[in-house]
Design a protein around this ligand. Sequence first.
Ligand code: GAP
Length: 452
Amino acid sequence: MASVSAHPDVMEKLVSLAKRRGFIFQSSEIYGGTGSVWDYGPLGVELKKNVKDRWWHAMVRARDDIEGLDAAILMHPRVWEASGHVAGFTDPLIDCRNCKRRFRADDPSIKGTPGTPDAQCPVCGSKGTLSEPRLFNLMFKTFMGPVEESAAIVYLRPETAQGIFVNFLNVQQSTRQKIPFGIAQIGKAFRNEITPGNFIFRTREFEQMEMQFFVEPGTDEEHFEYWKAQRMEWHRSLGLAPDRLRYKPHEQLAHYARAAADIEFDFGGSLGYQEIEGIHNRSDFDLGRHQEYSGKKLEYFDQPKNRRYIPYVIETSVGADRTTLALLVNAYREEEVPGETEGRTVLGLAPSIAPIKAGVFPLVKKDGMPEMAEKVANDLRRCFPIFYDDGGAIGRRYRRQDEVGTPFGITIDGQSTQDSTVTVRDRDTLQQVRVAADQLRGYIAERVAPNE
Ligand code: GAP
């Protein structure tokens, strides 16, 4: 269990803001909701897309040693036997016969030994109603084709990584990459988690951004250290506070892993530090197993060294949803405004990942201001997501944009129609500067570009 954080617990407020302002909604809400599945609304989809774009840029486009891939969610069922998921991707599960609730066996709120008369259900309080732990596979099963029989079972992938392993040779041969090189992909993964929760932290459907870096055995340790450092730097570049990020080395390693470390973020409150990304040295386990189960050679031939081997893999695996949640938690603040009675709620998102880059406001709805404001908004919209708002007092309109993290507020006032300048308000400093309308595009572009 994580210890209570020094940072406040903002989760409840975030859930409410996310719904009210169109970031994240509960899935199938009008039917009472689907357990731990969430839908991204207009602002949420922009925010998560910006996270994924930043990852894709850093991992694929800005490098010549990593190739992109988009493998299918449904894979041959043997893949999951080879990967070990059919046999081992399980959680020990305990049922309460009285209230029908389910718990993970390691749930710290369970008192006593499940399966014995003294064990007590943490929800209904009944004694002796908890079953012995039984293993529960977290993969969702479905059927391929019209007949629902065991021969037709396929799984919704519980991680994207296996799509990369089975395409290792396709990608290597089609791109003529030489080791060391990597393959990266972003995609949905599904896990029938027993205890999901904490909003989008642990869900049953989520997106992963995974990269497998194929290296020569013996060089794996240096590549592992390199990727640990690179990935931490990436999280910082998104604006996550450095003092809320840390490494957590794994004390117990999976049997195939030679080393593993998580990058953890401090989510505040009782959730505290939790994993957002895993970096693993997976040895030649995955390619070796797929070679064994498929009967197809998955070796690499190193021509200069005249050596054939199964590469080792350094994996970086990060959740797009969990990173999005970390960014929201990191950005949320409530503060007093000097000289004003009403405080404000701000999402201090880095401009490069904010869903809307600027709000455009005519000060009043007359004297040519709306016409000019619409022209400014339409011009900027060709380059950035812009929000046009002419409703209510200007202070209110600023507040509404502060709350969703919009870094700039552009106001068209009486002077604007005279000299073609506008005011640009900075979300964080509240400073306003006058900028020529025809310079606005460059002014915003410079400030919303990622600092990479
Ligand atoms: N291929 C390795 C792998 O899947 P993992 O530690 O199980 O490793 C990697 O998952 C990342 O995926 C986690 O650090 C987390 O960000 C995200 N993730 C895993 N399970 C999740 C869930 N149920 N809901 C949301 N994100 C999840």
